[in-house]
Ligand binder design. Structure first.
Ligand code: BG6
Length: 441
């Protein structure tokens, strides 16, 4: 067995996350890894439950219910776990608001948890650079960085992990992956939904904190970093940090959808952005003088996360004398319907050299069928194995906050209709990602 006997403790177990994501994901892991004789899952929270009532909350197999227990609060938890068995690892999942992270870590320490503990924590890791530093500092007072597993669920997406394989397991792309051949990179994260019932959280955050500072910056690092010497968490971390260190934001536009201020939990005069466009540059030899465009938003016309690597145009020679040949593009479809598409020019059959744009496609569904793993399943398994490769380090979060800091809450705000793409001052000629929608449908 790869996984040592573990007690997995969900702090905040009566909440929605445990029911929707964590327990179902753990149920699959327990089944796949056959952990029923060696490990237990303990829910903990402020509510009074007995084991029977707690188990009743979840729609999982009887075998899983048998290893599911409940303990109220943290006080007495250490002894409770010792009575359940001899576990070399105690994994705590913080399904809690970030405001109580530090205090909870302190309580766990005071309860006697030490090297055996691993803490899995969810974003947001702070609100800005200063608060991120404070949280990290407070957590480090009780637990070592190697015991902290900061989740960014984008890193668990197959199509995002595949960026590394695409870049570093295909020799043909290696020589062209730089600003000599690439004109620009576009990263797009569009959502159709608005803020729904998360208004009070979102209104304090805005889309730059919610999506760009974490998920999209991580994506950018994977796309542009140098090859790590191994897949170890530390080696990947070093390369991601090297990108973050030389990153600068050169422009930013902020927008808000009309009607946002009337939604529950939103201040009537809220200046929070629900859509943003940013221009970044990576000031190293590989990416010198090449812009990266990021846009993210809610209440837009479609849901889709895509990346476009836009190559430089051909010289005005031969087939391209009139400038009509479209530059090559590689589009990574992160979701939905994951895939990679390479736009090429091809000859239309016939006696003349008429050229048409064609798409070469790699669609996950066609190649691998429906085998996508649920993000929490992957992340929880990695945490149980002690593999921090897909988790975010303290330094990455701080540096990313530091860089994004210059555009937080600043500048004017423009407005857009719900269900449309804001288009008043686009920072680039955005690729029409809708063209790729059916490519891997
Ligand atoms: C979360 C944000 O981190 O990511 C949400 O807080 C957003 O606002 C979500 O909707 C998007 O995740 P996904 O996996 O649907 O792209």
């Amino acid at each position: 067995m790869r996984i040592p006997g573990s007690a997995i403790v969900i702090l905040g177990a009566s909440g929605d996350l445990a029911k929707r994501k964590l327990i179902p994901a753990l149920a699959v892991i327990f089944e796949q890894e056959n952990l029923f004789d060696s490990s237990v899952i303990i829910g903990s929270g402020r509510t009074d439950f007995n084991d029977h009532d707690f188990r009743g909350k979840f729609d999982v197999h009887g075998k899983v219910k048998d290893i599911l227990f409940y303990h109220k609060g943290i006080s007495g938890l250490k002894r409770y776990i010792e009575q359940k068995g001899n576990f070399s690892r105690v994994i705590f999942f913080f399904a809690l608001p970030p405001s109580v992270y530090s205090d909870t870590a302190k309580q766990l320490f005071e309860e006697g948890f030490r090297d055996e503990a691993r803490l899995i924590i969810e974003k947001p890791f702070g609100y800005d650079y200063e608060s991120a530093k404070t949280i990290n500092h407070e957590l480090h007072e009780y637990f070592h960085e190697s015991q902290l597993f900061r989740i960014d669920h984008y890193l668990a997406k197959e199509a995002i992990q595949n960026i590394l394989v695409f870049r570093f397991a295909n020799s043909i792309f290696y020589p062209v992956w730089n600003s000599r051949y690439i004109k620009e990179i576009q990263i797009n994260a569009s959502e159709k939904i608005g803020v729904e019932e998360r208004g009070s959280y979102f209104d304090r955050a805005g889309i730059i904190r919610d999506m760009v500072q974490n998920h999209l910056m991580q994506l950018l690092c994977l796309l542009t970093m140098e090859a790590p010497v191994s897949l170890d968490a530390e080696d990947i971390r070093i390369q991601k940090l090297n990108v973050l260190k030389v990153l600068s934001i050169t422009d930013c536009m902020r927008y808000q959808y009309k009607g946002y201020r009337e939604e529950p939990g939103i201040a009537p005069d809220s200046p929070t952005e629900t859509y943003a466009e940013l221009v970044l540059s990576i000031n190293n030899f590989r990416w010198y003088n090449m812009p990266v465009y990021i846009r993210a938003g809610k209440a837009l016309n479609r849901k889709g996360t895509e990346i476009c690597i836009l190559f430089k145009s051909l010289p005005r020679l031969l087939f391209n004398k009139s400038g009509g040949i479209k530059p090559n593009r590689i589009v990574f479809k992160i979701q939905p319907s994951e895939g990679i598409i390479l736009d090429l020019s091809g000859k239309i059959p016939g006696s003349d050299f008429f050229i048409s744009e064609t798409k070469m496609k790699f669609c996950y569904h066609d190649v691998f069928g429906d085998v996508m793993q649920e993000a929490y399943q992957k992340l929880l398994l990695d945490a149980l194995l002690g593999d921090r490769t897909l988790f975010v380090s303290a330094e990455e979060t701080e540096l990313s906050w530091e860089k994004i800091g210059q555009v937080l809450d600043s500048g004017s705000i423009e407005y857009y209709e719900k269900g449309t793409m804001p288009a008043t001052h686009p920072l680039t000629d955005w690729i029409d990602f809708e063209d790729y929608e059916t490519a891997c449908g």
